[in-house]
Design a binder for this molecule. Structure first.
Ligand code: FCB
Length: 455
């Protein structure tokens, strides 16, 4: 079992959240709707029928929430900026209230010695930009770079560390293929165009940020999955290749190696479209970054699907793959718990860019927490999940990987996208009726780990 002193003294220890999942106050201060405000109102889109209108009411309670973070002993906080709170309608005019909120948040963090890591895009495209075609349109990449430039101009005196995109795989394929996330489109393999425009937006944003604030540190966060075949059969191995390709390599390779994986473009039937894009795009996307953020939750075990069965699926290529339940322990999301997979994905990323610092920008687990009669929330499974993954980070360092930080998802329970309020990931329990926060026993474990007196 690792202890904090197994890690360098300057290791970044944080918790993470995202704007739409915690902020609430969706109609205040000039903020306009994002695709999630609209999608959450589509009947049946959200498991429990809730929206992020209030969520954790963080816009009004952020000072208390920053105090909570300080009490946990973290030295960093990863949050995201709501594009349409800072720039209503996705235009170029800064909302004074929106800016005041993010400046106040950053100042409160700095006053408590907590380093802010700001994500520019955690899935909440201004609805006007979706109405103009969203990420299927190239122009959205330019709009994103303009927004990035303004955000860094306005906040870069307080925030040094910037993440362009969070999990572009989700934005592209859950948003535009399966349609289980906003904007809920089912555009088949054209969802890959969204992936390209997201990555292009990332590359253009990196350039804009560097121009605006040369001292800024900028990276991107990818959600990577450790992937293995269920058997050594050629068909199962090919299923693993497909998923590793679509999930990991389609993003890692353009960003870190300056090219797309041909096999994945062929799987998607999109090689022609990609080859018709300006040749400069891949160079733009491969703009050097200062770090890579990795979100890791689980691993996939894959077997060949039955393409001939005529499975109609909104996810391109999914008829070729079945995900196997190995019977291993899993969280309430059904995600297998496999801490060593975190090392696998860090090693996979590291192989492309041996000098590049790595951060785990999200890792965490959902469980059905309950408040006991005495008001406490005991969540030993989450504490164990956390401990196992922190141990994996120690092992990654031991193997020489340039891991610089770990952010637990999440600081507090929040609005979990298509699951609404029905899935809790927090180290802190939130009573959504009263907005009362209660540190769970996993949060206490993290605090003990961080203050270094054993756990
Ligand atoms: C990630 C998201 C984050 C949260 C966790 C559980 O994919 O980035 O917002 O939903 O999963």
């Amino acid at each position: 079992m690792s202890v904090r002193t197994d890690f360098p003294a300057d290791f970044v220890w944080g918790t993470a959240t995202a704007a739409y999942q915690v902020e609430g106050a969706t109609s205040e201060g000039g903020r306009t709707p994002s695709i999630w405000d609209v999608f959450a109102r589509v009947p049946g889109a959200i498991a429990d029928g809730t929206t992020g209108d209030v969520a954790d009411d963080h816009v009004h309670r952020f000072l208390d929430d920053v105090d909570l973070m300080a009490s946990l002993g973290v030295n960093s906080y990863r949050f995201s900026i709501s594009w349409s709170r800072l720039l209503p309608s996705g235009g170029e005019a800064v909302s004074p209230d929106g800016l005041a909120f993010y400046r106040a948040l950053a100042n409160a963090l700095l006053e408590r010695g907590i380093r802010p890591y700001a994500t520019l895009y955690h899935w909440d495209l201004p609805q006007e930009l979706e109405d103009a075609g969203g990420w299927l349109e190239r122009g959205t990449a330019d709009a994103f770079a303009r927004y990035a430039r303004i955000a860094v101009r306005e906040l870069g005196d307080l925030v040094t560390d910037w993440i362009t995109l969070n999990e572009p795989w989700c934005s592209a394929f859950l948003g535009y293929a399966s349609g289980v996330h906003a904007p809920g489109k089912q555009a088949g393999s054209s969802a890959a165009h969204a992936a390209h425009h997201l990555l292009l937006g990332h590359g253009k944003a990196v350039a804009a940020i560097r121009e605006e604030r040369p001292e800024a540190s900028v990276g991107i966060t990818l959600n990577l999955y450790s992937t293995r075949p269920a058997s050594p059969s050629a068909a199962d191995v090919d299923a693993a290749r497909r998923i590793d390709g679509l999930q990991n390599r389609l993003f890692l390779e353009p960003v870190l190696a300056g090219h797309y994986p041909d096999d994945v473009l062929d799987d998607l039937g999109e090689r022609g479209w990609f080859e018709s894009q300006p040749a400069d795009d891949v160079r733009t996307i491969a703009a050097p970054v200062d770090f890579l953020g990795v979100n890791y939750y689980s691993r996939h075990t894959t077997a060949a699907g039955d393409a001939d069965a005529g499975v109609v699926s909104a996810n391109p290529g999914s008829e070729f793959v079945r995900f196997i339940d190995t019977g291993a322990a899993h969280t309430q999301m059904g995600w297998e718990i496999h801490p060593d997979g975190l090392i696998d994905v860090l090693e996979q990323a590291h192989a492309y860019a041996p000098e590049l610092p790595l951060y785990v920008t999200e890792n965490g687990s959902a469980y059905a927490d309950a408040v006991a009669a005495d008001g406490t929330v005991d969540d030993p499974e989450r504490a164990e999940y956390l401990r196992l993954h922190v141990d994996a980070c120690a092992e990654a360092l031991h193997r020489g990987l340039p891991l610089r930080g770990y952010f637990c998802w999440s600081l507090m329970d929040n609005w979990e996208w298509a699951w609404g309020l029905s899935r809790r990931f927090g180290l802190v329990y939130v009573d959504y009726e009263t907005q009362k926060r209660t540190v769970k026993s996993s949060g206490e474990w993290f605090r003990r780990f961080l203050v270094g007196d054993g756990a």
